[in-house]
Design a protein. Sequence first.
Length: 200
Amino acid sequence: MIKRNSRFDPFTDLLFNILLAFTFLFFIIILFINPITKFGNINMKAEYIITVDWNDNLPDDIDLWVRDPNGEIVSYLKKDAGWLHLDRDDQGIINDKVIIGDEEFIYPINREVVTLRGIIPGNYTVNLYMYDNKSNKPVNAKITIEKVNPTLKLVFFDDVTLHNKDSELTVVKFRLDSSGNFTQTITDNEVLTPYGLEGI
């Protein structure tokens, strides 16, 4: 009868190696499922950012409307339209209160932001619409268009005034080519809102 020497048992060695391989693969899978978070690293795809700002603490509500070459229109009524996204819909003082924990804070900045997250070659139209004019005074608004990819570059700036509730104004029409290059075009006012209102 031949006695087995446990120090050289090939079956035990094989089981141990298989267990080691499965343990290694398990750790590799965990790394792929739950990658290490890099704090402060926000990777949001964007080509252009269109921003409208008006005076802080004003109760007035100005809406940003943008139409792409396919006729898709983004606004507070439709916050995602093609590559256009309304990232911030500001309603004057209505949505200025922010609750963090149990504390209430006031965020007085009046700003609407539309992000263009892909390039569709063609003509774009940017309109402002005064949804509400609680102050009963003309409101000055600043509009910027920034190209953010590959580097941040201001391509358009204008300072306009909306005079009363329900007034609409075409701020700019611009064209993007297939490479995403910006060209400003000058045209008359155009109504983008569903209310059939004329620009001022």
